[in-house]
Design a protein around this ligand. Structure first.
Ligand SMILES: [Zn+2]
Ligand SMILES: [Zn+2]
Length: 348
């Protein structure tokens, strides 16, 4: 089969690799659509992982082979493939910190080499632990593979929105209106809160409004904090979700968040960035800083419900489609987005 193999920093190689062998408790899925995620781009552009590897984890496809011991799945079933499932009984899992679980981190789907997601291939193998524990989700007939590929990123965003305890009637600032920021806007609206978005690109500011933001501003606007206070009876927003790895965005969020509010780091920063902060700002204003990484088992059913019952319009997030052989070009486009670049989908 064909796969995009990570051969080193910024080096993707479109190669013939062996079809994964399926053990008795495993399932093989033919990948139909796989979303390109910011985390994939980081793994390709920075020396974070030893090559060779096959990345890709926002996978939707068709079951192509089923191990002899597997119950409940058949060849031809249309499925979302989750690349991680926690153990459910370690100290992290018992405290709902599923993405910190060693099993969650270490067992994943693979198309060959060190297991790394494996969605950037024609076929991906799902290990027994993931098959047995809810890591395959049936796609309803009314939902396309494209739409289904959004279940994983929806889970990640949903986890963050839940962690920040966004409530109906609250106002949320979302810094960055790329594919993640736009999804945050949709989710925040779904939970009955108001969304204010910022971005540098005029097209993204417009797009934020079309997907439901109550207001959207240029992130360079010197009056941003005053405008946000104007929209919130002078209080500031209840929560800020940082969907860009920008120090400036953090300080803007600090200026725009009300006393007792929350600021959540969602975008991953480059490791060399450090943000100096006066702790008394957090103390006197009782601002909670939090981070949210990856997905949560706890919101899995809700993430699937939101996508499968069209509670958010994931189609509005799709901007570009690339065949698997052109993954490198897709990555280039994601790094230097055009005016109308949002979510990029890949087709093996
Ligand atoms: Zn992702
Ligand atoms: Zn665990």
């Amino acid at each position: 089969m064909k796969a995009q193999v990570f051969r080193g920093v910024n080096h993707l190689s479109y190669e013939e690799v062996p079809l994964p062998e399926v053990l008795a408790d495993e399932v093989l899925v033919q990948v139909q659509v796989v979303g390109l995620c910011q985390s994939d781009i980081k793994k390709i552009r920075y020396p974070l992982y030893e090559p060779p590897r096959i990345f890709g984890h926002e996978t939707a496809g068709t079951i192509a082979a089923v191990g002899s011991d597997v119950k409940g799945w058949q060849v031809g079933d249309r499925v979302v493939v989750l690349h991680h499932i926690p153990c459910m009984h370690c100290a992290y899992c018992l405290n709902d910190n599923f993405s910190m679980c060693d099993v969650y981190k270490n067992i994943t789907t693979t198309a060959g080499f060190a297991p790394s997601g494996g969605g950037f291939a024609e076929y991906v193998k799902v290990p027994g632990h993931i098959v047995r524990n809810g890591g395959l989700i049936q796609i309803p007939d009314s939902i396309t593979f494209e739409q289904a590929s959004f279940v994983e990123p929806t889970n990640c965003c949903l986890k963050a929105v839940k962690k920040a305890q966004v409530q109906p009637g609250q106002t949320v600032l979302i810094t960055g209106a790329g594919p993640i920021g736009l999804m945050f806007i949709m989710l925040v609206k779904y939970f009955g809160a108001r969304a204010i978005a910022t971005d540098l690109l005029p097209s993204r500011i417009d797009k934020a409004l079309t997907v439901g933001a109550d207001a959207a501003f240029d992130a360079r606007d010197p009056d941003l904090a005053a405008k946000v206070h104007g929209l919130t009876q002078g209080m500031g927003v209840d929560t800020s979700l940082l969907a860009v790895p920008s120090e400036k965005a953090f300080f803007q969020a600090l200026d725009c968040t009300r006393k007792g509010g929350k600021i959540l780091f969602f975008a991953e920063f480059p490791d060399e960035v450090e943000i100096p902060i006066n702790p008394n700002i957090l103390y006197r204003r009782e601002i909670d800083l939090m981070g949210s990484y990856s997905s949560s088992y706890r919101v899995q059913a809700l993430a699937a419900d939101i996508v499968f019952n069209r509670r958010i319009d994931v189609d509005a997030l799709i901007s570009d489609r690339y065949p698997l052989k052109d993954l490198a070009a897709a990555v280039e486009q994601a790094i230097a987005p055009a005016e109308d670049t949002y979510k990029i989908l890949i087709y093996p």
